[in-house]
Write a protein that binds this ligand. Structure first.
Ligand SMILES: [Zn+2]
Length: 314
């Protein structure tokens, strides 16, 4: 009779037994941490392991440039001990959320110490960002260079250790192991780029999310939309890019997981370039998708890029 209840009682007894032990058992509260978007959420989980409980605000395939926070986000912020953000003006909606949630959490910028790239912004409508305080023209997509991702990890490790000093050794061990994985990943990306003939290392993306990738790995990406998805590309920008694709024989245009495919499809149609698959720029896929973690995202992207660019015209 009632094997389930018997099991429950046994579990409770076990739990109580561990709770009275002098060392920390599974009854210890996990450190509540908020990460502003999915890529940071993965980084924080990699370093925090099972000592922390992460809430990610902008989820898989979400666009953090234009996010509207929910009441649940404010609740998570209020409960958090640590909030990890990208910085470089990526999360324009964050200051208001911090204020409205009344959070007392420490705010850690994962890009601290990274030299930001200037947004390469010759788009007609980039004036929209003008007049804002600070460096509105920093390119926020620093994670697209794996060398920068390592700085994110070190910053996250230090922020977690400060918020939860008892976990310092654990965060250090997790970070060291993950940094070694990033070293391997970096080698793989460089090797893949080296396999693409030099004159074919160029492509079109929807928004200017790959500036750090381009600079680190020696490939050229052109985008009709600027570093934010906030402003739409003008007809003049699109016309200029179509001419550029034809003149420079740019082999492929890529779709992005966070942007509307219409623009890229139009450029492909009118320029004759092929559509080279979908790149993950500003967000991971769902866990079951092709880019459920940062490492899987970078592997997916480089594999799509190599597939589209390595082979010559049919
Ligand atoms: Zn972006």
């Amino acid at each position: 009779m009632q094997p389930r209840r018997a099991f429950l009682i046994a579990s409770v007894a076990l739990g109580l037994g561990l709770a009275t032990a002098p060392t920390r058992g599974f009854t210890q509260e996990k450190l509540p941490v908020v990460a502003s978007f999915s890529i940071l959420g993965d980084f924080v989980k990699q370093v925090g392991g099972d000592r922390i409980a992460v809430t990610t605000l902008v989820g898989p395939d979400g666009d953090a440039h234009v996010y509207a926070p929910t009441p649940a986000d404010a609740k998570a912020m209020a409960a958090a001990k640590l909030v990890v953000v990208n910085g470089l003006h990526f999360e324009g909606w964050l200051p208001r959320l911090v204020k409205s949630s009344g959070t007392k959490a420490v705010l850690a910028e994962a890009t601290k110490g990274i030299a930001p790239l200037e947004a390469d912004d010759d788009h007609d409508d980039h004036g929209k960002g003008k007049g804002k305080a600070g460096h509105a023209h920093d390119d926020p997509h620093a994670w697209q260079n794996i060398a920068n991702a390592k700085i994110y990890i070190v910053n996250i490790r230090d922020a977690l250790s400060a918020a939860d000093p008892a976990g310092k050794a654990s965060y250090e061990a997790n970070a060291t192991a993950y940094l070694a994985e990033l070293d391997t990943l970096e080698g793989e990306v460089k090797a893949a780029i080296a396999r693409i003939p030099a004159d074919r290392r160029k492509a079109i993306t929807t928004h200017d999310a790959f500036g750090y990738f381009v600079k680190a790995y020696g490939i050229e990406f052109v985008a009709p939309q600027g570093v934010s998805t906030e402003a739409e590309a003008s007809a003049r920008d699109v016309g200029r890019i179509i001419r550029q694709v034809k003149a420079q024989k740019i082999p492929a245009v890529f779709l992005e997981n966070v942007t509307n495919p219409r623009l890229v499809e139009q450029i492909a149609r009118e320029s004759g370039a092929k559509i080279g698959g979908r790149l993950f720029s500003d967000a991971l896929s769902a866990a079951s998708g092709p880019a459920g973690t940062y490492i899987r995202m970078m592997k997916h992207n480089i594999s799509e890029i190599e597939k589209a660019l390595a082979a010559g015209p049919a």
